[in-house]
Design a protein around this ligand. Structure first.
Ligand SMILES: O=C(O)CCC(=O)C(=O)O
Ligand SMILES: [Fe+2]
Length: 241
């Protein structure tokens, strides 16, 4: 049915863990060959830099980074140095935009977005989350390189209702001391989990929920790669002025 997914996922156990703790970490999510293939593709793509400036999201496109590599370092360092509480800097490929705008991204990465939006994959996610209210699953590829980070936020946006977030890690040989950990917090602000990136692990968590990605240190062996997105439903456009 879904040949790219590990056929032996303990779905009932995953669903009950997620219901009980609002997050779950699923090991060996994809068929191993698929995970390795995606990782290799990701390592070969040109990457944009997504960063914040006065709370606003900005994108430095890969082509502009190639022309002026210093700008990348500057943008990332400035985002970190700002006074704002919500700040971020990470490398990404927005697969939704890449698909709509026909950007030259590896076709198998775009195919992933399509696969995530098949009825069979939606049914698997509904089984794991106990939620069938979502109508689409978004996807972006991310690479947190040295200096990259994402401060505390809860994934709430006005445009859509996000029921669950997912992070499919494709990081190899990652160690906790490198940073790049996903920290999840409960309603009282207590840390409920610290997820160390692990190859082919899918973290699913309920949203809104406070979380952050700690800053990646300078010398890492391996790349903090992931495919991330949300199980969501667009909100009706408001007509109010
Ligand atoms: O990559 C992660 O671990 C989480 C990313 C995240 O929270 C986000 O993109 O909103
Ligand atoms: Fe998030």
């Amino acid at each position: 049915m879904l040949p790219f997914i590990n056929p032996e996922l303990p779905c009932a156990e995953i669903a009950s863990k997620l219901a009980a703790q609002d997050y779950v970490v699923i090991k060996d999510f994809l068929a191993p060959a698929v995970a390795s293939h995606l990782q290799q593709l990701m390592l070969q793509q040109p990457w944009d830099l997504a960063f914040s400036q006065s709370r606003k999201g900005q994108i430095l496109r890969a082509a502009d980074i190639a022309k002026n590599p210093q700008r990348e370092q500057q943008a990332s360092a400035q985002a970190w140095a700002e006074q704002e509480s919500f700040r971020f800097s990470y490398h990404n490929i927005d697969l939704v935009k890449a698909c709509i705008e026909k950007r030259p991204v590896a076709p198998d990465l775009i195919a992933l977005l399509e696969i995530f939006n098949t009825p069979a994959y939606h049914a698997l996610m509904a089984q794991l989350t106990g939620c069938s209210d979502f109508t689409r699953i978004s996807a972006q590829a991310t690479w947190y390189r040295p200096g990259d980070f994402l401060t505390l936020h809860n994934d709430f946006v006005h445009e859509e209702q996000r029921f669950f977030a997912y992070v499919l890690s494709l990081s190899d040989r990652w160690q906790a001391s490198y940073g790049g950990l996903l920290h999840l917090f409960d309603e009282q602000g207590n840390e409920r989990a610290k997820v160390v990136p692990q190859f082919n692990c899918l973290t699913l968590f309920k949203t809104p929920q406070q979380h952050l990605v700690s800053k990646v240190i300078d010398n890492t062996a391996g790349a903090r790669l992931a495919i991330t997105g949300w199980l969501s439903k667009p909100n009706p456009v408001s007509n109010s002025q």
